[in-house]
Ligand binder design. Sequence first.
Ligand code: FAD
Length: 457
Amino acid sequence: MATDYDVIIAGAGTGGATTAYTLAKRGHSVLFIDRKERDNIGNKTCGDALGSHHITQLRDLVDIPELPKGIVEYEVNGIDLIAPDREHRLRMEGPTTTGMSFNRLKMGQWFVELAEKAGAESMASTRVKKLLFDDGKVSGLRVSKEKGPDKDITARVVVDATGATGVLRMQMPETSPMERHIASEDRMVAWRDIYETPDFTFDTPDYLDIFWNQDETLGGYTWVFPQGKNRVNVGNGVMTIKGHRNPKDIQNDFVKKTWIDTWGEVEVLDSSGGVAPIRRPIDTMVDDNFVLVGDAACQVNPIHGGGIGSSMLGGAHAGITISEALERNDTSIESLWKYNPRYHNSYGGKQAALDVFRWFLLNITNDDIDFAFKKQIIKASDLLDTSMTGEVKFGAGEKFKRLVSGFGKIPLLMRISKVATLMNDIRAVYLDYPESPKGLDAWKARLVPIYEAAKAA
Ligand SMILES: Cc1cc2nc3c(=O)[nH]c(=O)nc-3n(C[C@H](O)[C@H](O)[C@H](O)COP(=O)(O)OP(=O)(O)OC[C@H]3O[C@@H](n4cnc5c(N)ncnc54)[C@H](O)[C@@H]3O)c2cc1C
């Protein structure tokens, strides 16, 4: 059946725009739609920080050009993880921690322009309302503009890149193998302010600070990301577990007293809240004629909440896989399936391992974290390796056992050892993702005991 486009992408954030760019560059007809005005796409509540390796990885995969001047506001060399006692810190520093704090709107605009220049058609100020189905399979979208009647647009493949809401994913039928709803405990809510600080100078704006404090930001953290000597992006995020506090209240109370008030007079440049999914990726990110990308596919790092790089990676893998499926003239779930293992091999396996670690972090106290930092139980280099690959080299082997016998807090150390094993277990399950949808249920069953153990660890 003839369709209006090969592919329609709902959402023109970093995930949707990368998908559009990848497909248009391969010669497919692509429409990408966003509810925001064209000049405002990319403007979003964010920490505005990104590791440079994400851009390099994207360049290798889909050949994007150099970032133009004006997007990067400050080069970053590393991240300091700071214990609740604020005396002990782990400096994460190395080739993989170099990065940037950047102008969010300019970055978003650049990605949209890239896709447009490659030949994708953009449609702004347009809300995607409804998935259309033909014979039970996705066939297009109903969209609405501020003025005029709703419009139906058809495509061979529809991509949901609408961000944390996953507007289209939620409309999939119950018979779909794709999960539609995200549990509340798998979401992070956050608040952040951007300030000019004329009375205060950040000495090391090339290091980003992440502060843990379980009493204030259980399961999350406060970030202080300087954007130069006299500007800062400061915020906090918490998991939406039962009884969680509102991050705006935390910002106006704990964060204000502890950091903001120490900077003298500040000028507010922006102040807003946001949501991100914090979990492993959606178990299958494809169905017949339908694909998920970015936050809609839960492609966010569950520990630090960064999702720009992984949404671009997801967009690139999705674009490549959809292109291959279009060329085969087969956009069934089987034909699109390869997107799942492609993403999992490059990021999803690590994401799942970090999700297991997230559950462990929820169950430890400030005292435990202070102890772990003080005794240097986990070295920065180990943590860096784990954060890049998801493979855990700490907490196991003879050396760790000797360490355990030398310290108090045996239960904590044993728990670290246990969680390290679980992280490696889940990563191995991800690297053994089924080759076709037929294996999905059996594969999902392998995740259950790992999560049960992680939540109890
Ligand atoms: C407070 C906060 C701080 C963060 N800080 C960082 C950080 O420092 N670094 C980092 O890497 N990540 C960070 N993240 C995560 C990051 O912002 C996301 O993971 C990333 O933007 C995901 O990209 P996306 O394209 O999937 O979604 P989005 O960037 O959210 O894009 C989705 C697009 O879809 C559009 N849309 C939604 N619904 C509709 C509809 N019905 N019709 C039409 N269009 C629609 C939206 O307008 C939007 O443009 C942060 C998240 C939060 C909440």
